[in-house]
Design a protein around this ligand. Sequence first.
Ligand SMILES: [Zn+2]
Length: 241
Amino acid sequence: MEYQKASERNVHVNGSGKLGTEFHCRNGRNEHSVEAKKALVQSKNETSHREAEDESRLQAIEAAYTTILRGLGENTDRQGLLRTPLRAAKAMQFLTKGYHETIYDILNDAIFDEDHDEMVIVKEIDVFSLCEHHLVPFFGKVHIGYLPNKKVVGLSKLARIVEIYSRRLQVQERLTKQIAMAISEALQPAGVAVVIEAAHMCMVMRGVQKMNSRTVTSAMLGVFREDPKTREEFLALTKRD
Ligand SMILES: [Zn+2]
């Protein structure tokens, strides 16, 4: 992951991650109010309830994987496959855990008042997701830019937002839009831009077998949509060298 900020138009400052730390130190508020503590207790209760629910669903998913393996003509009693249904069920639950997470869980303490009004870009965030049509992975890089309007977010949180929406069954277009909308709602910035470049295993491994094909999707909101210059600046800054 690479951090980059454009301090002025056409001037590129390579922050190499320092920008994030700076924001945290200057404005970090770590004290928990009573309300925040209540919310924390509530969210812990919800977590333990959810874990119990996941546990009971695990058995159903495990049984389903046994059925799938037998449907493929496999002998599920052979040694290598004995624990495969359980492992596959756990893996699938992990890969879709984003359904249980909201941006409010992770952004609670991470939004800061800041007069910074230049574009903030975090590029090349790794993304791994599952195509909802074939249940196979698609993965690649996400570039996120936003133009703050009095509020900024801890930079590492942008990667966490990507994770929340990518750990679900997805289509790349929707994933791109959901990330942009989440940032827009949380920060109310002047604009948000999200670009995802990804390789889809359903294309690479089957059917057309285009090894090096990449799918590129973008979502532009606010000034990134309205102002071609802002959009171009973002695209130039996120272009691969
Ligand atoms: Zn697919």
